[in-house]
Design a binder for this molecule. Sequence first.
Ligand code: COA
Length: 262
Amino acid sequence: MTTNEPLLLIDDANAVRTIHVNRPDKLNALNAATIDALDAAFADAGFDPSVRVVVLTGSGPKAFVAGADISEMNTLTPVQGRDFSLRGTRMMRRVEKLTKPVIAMVNGYAFGGGLELAMCCHLRIAADTAKMGQPEINLGLIPGFGGTQRLLRLAGRAATLELCLTGAPITAERALQLGIVNRVVPTAELESDTMKLAAQLANAAPLALRGMLDCVNIGGECAIEEGLEYESAQFGLVFATDDMREGTSAFLEKRKPAFNGR
Ligand code: COA
């Protein structure tokens, strides 16, 4: 792989956009240019009406993303370090707040910024051979793309402190036990299982999916009373959609619904 290769490989099929982080010779480490490319790619996926689901993965057989680029971080000043963190955090917040489902297909190492990237996706499917962790402590660093915060919310305080303080890698199976990933599948079936789930979501009612993503993203960050109010408002909103009429009518008419996203 030469440096002229694109940082991302993007392909579309049946309303599913697959984005590969494409630096396999560096185990897909996130340098600033790759972070910016991901930011732009997710902005585009969010606004492109032909895209209903995004799958994010890493190129090559070894890694999802092996972390933020250590060679780039090595010489940063404190101000540049903060900017680097803000850059990654902004991109990951965009992924997390996308109004379409994003599935991380964790095909190998997901360390540091790689686990942080997987955690900002809405669902995670991991190959049984994948390894995950927050090894920043081994570099004299701390997680800087939301790792302490998202891991805490996904897996709780004990698991977060164990992973971050020790830096030790965990298996995909252990990540499943901790609630960090949704599913673990044999490596050979990773792509087909992920695409099956993506197809299911691509055929679901997009505005209802969006309503649920918004409820979990926005409502989930506030007090329960406000969250419940928010859910009720979103619930009311879906009654304005063709898809809600179609879904309920299809049930009553004992046929499959066809959702058009309106
Ligand atoms: N940043 C920059 N380069 C990285 C990288 C990272 N996070 N992770 C891997 N690479 C590079 C290596 O430097 C190496 O480049 P080189 O061939 O030019 O020397 C290449 O990717 C292959 O990595 P290598 O270490 O030889 O592969 P491995 O299979 O022996 O080990 C890992 C795999 C993931 C265990 C090991 O690469 C690693 O520990 N990476 C760093 C993980 C990390 O600390 N991430 C958090 C960063 S904050």
